[in-house]
Design a protein around this ligand. Sequence first.
Ligand code: G4P
Length: 291
Amino acid sequence: MTENTADININWFPGHMTKTKRQIEKILPIIDAVAEIVDARVPISSRNPDLPDMIKGKPLIILLNKCDMADPKETDKWIKYYKEQGVFAIPVDCKTGNGIGNFKNTVKTALADRLQQYKDKGMAGKPLRVMVVGIPNVGKSTFINKVAGSNRVKAENRPGVTRGNQWVTIDRQLELLDTPGVLWPKFEDPAVGLRLAFTGAIKDTVVDTELLAVRLAERLKADYPELLTNRYNLVNLDGDGYDTLCAIGKKRGMVIRGGETDTERASVMLLEEFRNCKIGRISLERVENNA
Ligand code: G4P
C-alpha cells in the first residue's frame, strides 16, 4: 500500500549534507568497504539515496537492523532480493546482538579479493577498514558498540587517518570508522518522511501527531488488519483511518465529554505502541511495492 501523503508537511532539517558528502569522499581512499545500516521495517526510506554514487564502487554491506521489530517474512524477502542484486545483506538486531556474529564473515567474503591482494603482497595481517553509515536513529552507535563489545578501543589520530574521525578497532583484522557527519534520507519524498515519522526516526515535534496517527491507522488497516483487531479488540475495521483511530481510543477508555474519543491521546498511544512493537512485528516496505 502507498500512503496518502496529502497534508503531510515535514519540516526536517537534515544536517550538513554537502559537508558530509565531502568528508566521505575524502575518507574513501583509505577504506575497503562500506556497511550501511538501514531499518528493516523501512529498508528503502531509511537509506541514503546518494550513497551508491558517493562510495564509487566500494563493496557495500547492508545491515537490516531492528529486525526484531520487522515482519520476519518481509525481512527474508529483502535479504533474498539483495542477494539477487549481488549486494551483501544481513538481518541484525543490534539491541540483543542477534545476527551480529555474521558481520565479520560477511566483510571477509565481500573483501575476499582485497584479502588475497594483501596476502600476495606479504601484508596478510593488514586490517580491513569498513566505514559504517546510516541515517540518524537507525542504530549506528548501538551497532558499533555491539560489534566492538569489550574490545572497543578508540584509535584516533594515527598516520593516514584524518584527525577527528572515529576509528574503532574491533580486532587485529577489522577496524570500523563511524561516518563523519550526518547522513540524510530522501527527505524530499513525502512518503519517505511519513514512514520515518511512523518509526520515530523523525521526531514528533516536526509533524502533526494526529494526522500521523490517522495515516498509520490507514496503513495498518490495509497491511496488518489482524494485528490491529487483535491488539485493540476491535470487531471490524469499518470506515477510514480516522474512524479506526477513534475506535481504538474508545477501546482504551480515551473518551472526552459527549462520548467522543480523545483523539490526541489515542494518537500518541497508537504511535507509541507501534514504535515499541506492541502491535506486532510490522514492515512498512515490501520488496514487491518498493524495490
Ligand atoms: P544512531 O547512532 O544511528 O543515531 O542510533 P542509536 O544507536 O542511538 O539507536 C537509536 C535507537 O534505536 C536506540 O533506542 C536504540 O536502542 C534502538 N536500537 C538500535 N538497534 C536496535 C535493534 O536492533 N532493535 C531495537 N528494537 N532497537 C534498536 P532509544 O530508544 O533511542 O534508546 P534506548 O531505549 O536504547 O536507551
